[in-house]
Write a protein that binds this ligand. Structure first.
Ligand code: SF4
Length: 336
C-alpha cells in the first residue's frame, strides 16, 4: 500500500500511475480537506475510487487517545503502523488561535536533561507521511491551525528529508496553504543542520533551544553541545541570518537555580546582542521524572527585565498544555 499523505499532487499521480495527471491534484485536495476514504472523493471515477482502496493509504496511523487541558490545548497520542507511538499538540492562545506542535521522530536521542522526551531515547525517525498525518489528525480533532512548529518529539534537523517534504505539503495552496513564515523548525543546536537549512531551505523560521549561554551549564544540560559547542553554534546562526535575512529565535528554558542565575542572564545578553536575535523565555514545565524546579515568577520577571534593559527583544511563552503533559519538554510516550 502506498502512503499518500506525504506526497504533493504530482507525487501522488506518479506513485499511483494516475492519468490524466490532474487526478493527483484531486486526490491531494480531498486528503487535505479531511476526507479519510477514497469513496468520499466524489469527483473521481467510481472504478478509480475502488482501485485506490486496495493500493493506497490516506492514513497509516490512528489516534490512540486525546486529552484536553483547561486552556483548550489538546494532546493526541498517535499510534503508527508498526506500533511506535508519538504525540502531537494543538495549542490554543487567548484568542482561540491554534498552533500545531508536531513530532519529527518517535522519541529523541539527544538526551537533554530537562526534557521528558529525552528519557525515551530515539525509537525511530518519522516518514514524511507520518508527520503530515499528525496535522490531519489535529485538524480533524481541533479544527484548523494558524501556525506550525516542529517542536514536539525529536530533533527535526536530524530528520531533514521527511521534514522538508512535510513542509512542502503544508505550504501547498491546494492543501493546508501554510505560509513558510508561519512554520518554525526548532532545533537543539545541530550546527551542520543549521548551515544546510540556510543553504537548501525550506525557508521556514528557525528557533534554537539555547537554554544557557554559559558553556559549562549548557554542556551539563545538553549533550548535543559536545559536538556542537557554543562558538560553532554562534557562527552557524550568524551564517543562517546573513544568508536568509531571517531573524533566529533563541529559546531559553528557565530552571530554578540552573539557568536563571545572573551569570546566565549576562552571558545571554552578550550572545543575543552580538547576533541580533530574539529571545523566547520558557518557564520550565515540571515533570515527575526530573528533579528540577521551575523558576519562580519573580525570577522570570527579573530575567526578562534584565534582557529588556540591554535592549534584547524578548518574549515569554505562556504556559500552555500543562494539564495534559503537553507543554514544552513534557511530551513522551512511556509505556509500561
Ligand atoms: S529538548 Fe528536544 S532535542 Fe532535547 S531531548 Fe527533548 S525533544 Fe530531544
Amino acid at each position: 500500500m502506498t502512503p499518500l499523505a506525504g506526497l504533493l499532487p504530482d507525487g501522488i499521480a506518479s506513485a499511483l500511475g494516475l492519468a490524466p495527471a490532474f487526478r493527483g491534484r484531486q486526490v491531494f485536495r480531498w486528503i487535505h480537506r479531511g476526507i479519510e476514504s477514497f469513496a468520499g472523493m466524489s469527483d473521481l471515477p467510481a472504478a478509480l475510487r475502488s482501485s485506490l482502496d486496495s493500493r493506497a493509504d490516506i492514513l497509516t496511523s490512528r489516534v490512540d487517545s486525546r486529552s484536553e487541558s483547561e486552556d483548550g490545548s489538546v494532546k493526541l497520542r498517535i499510534r503508527l503502523h508498526d506500533g511506535a507511538a508519538i504525540e502531537a499538540m494543538s495549542l490554543q492562545d487567548g484568542r482561540g488561535r491554534r498552533t500545531a506542535c508536531l513530532s519529527t521522530q518517535a522519541g529523541c536521542g539527544m538526551g537533554c536533561a530537562f526534557c521528558r522526551t529525552g528519557l525515551m531515547g530515539l525509537v525511530r525517525d518519522l516518514a514524511a507521511h507520518e508527520i503530515v498525518e499528525e496535522l490531519l489528525h489535529l485538524r480533524r480533532e481541533t479544527g484548523d491551525v494558524g501556525t506550525i512548529v516542529f517542536m514536539g518529539m525529536g530533533e527535526p534537523l536530524l530528520n531533514p528529508g521527511p521534514v522538508a517534504a512535510a513542509v512542502g505539503v503544508f505550504a501547498h495552496s491546494d492543501g493546508p496553504g501554510m505560509s513558510l513564515r508561519r512554520t518554525t523548525i526548532s532545533t537543539c543546536g545541530i550546527v551542520e543542520g543549521i548551515r544546510r537549512l540556510a543553504e537548501e531551505g525550506p525557508a521556514v523560521r528557525l528557533a534554537v533551544s539555547l537554554v544557557s549561554a554559559v558553556p559549562g551549564t549548557r554542556a551539563a544540560l545538553m549533550p548535543v553541545s559536545r559536538a556542537n559547542p557554543l562558538p560553532a553554534l554562534r557562527e552557524a546562526l550568524g551564517f543562517y541570518q546573513e544568508r536568509t535575512r531571517r531573524r533566529v529565535t533563541l529559546e531559553v528554558v528557565l530552571i530554578d537555580g540552573v539557568t536563571d542565575r545572573a551569570e546566565d542572564a549576562e552571558a545571554l545578553v552578550e550572545w543575543a546582542a552580538s547576533l541580533g536575535v530574539m529571545v523566547n523565555l520558557i518557564p520550565w514545565n515540571p515533570v515527575t521524572e526530573i528533579a528540577f524546579r521551575e523558576s519562580p515568577p519573580q525570577r522570570v520577571r527579573w530575567f526578562k527585565e534584565r534582557l529588556e534593559a540591554a535592549r534584547v527583544p524578548v518574549t515569554e511563552r505562556l504556559r500552555k498544555g500543562r494539564g495534559v503533559n503537553g507543554a514544552c519538554g513534557q511530551l513522551a510516550v512511556i509505556e509500561g
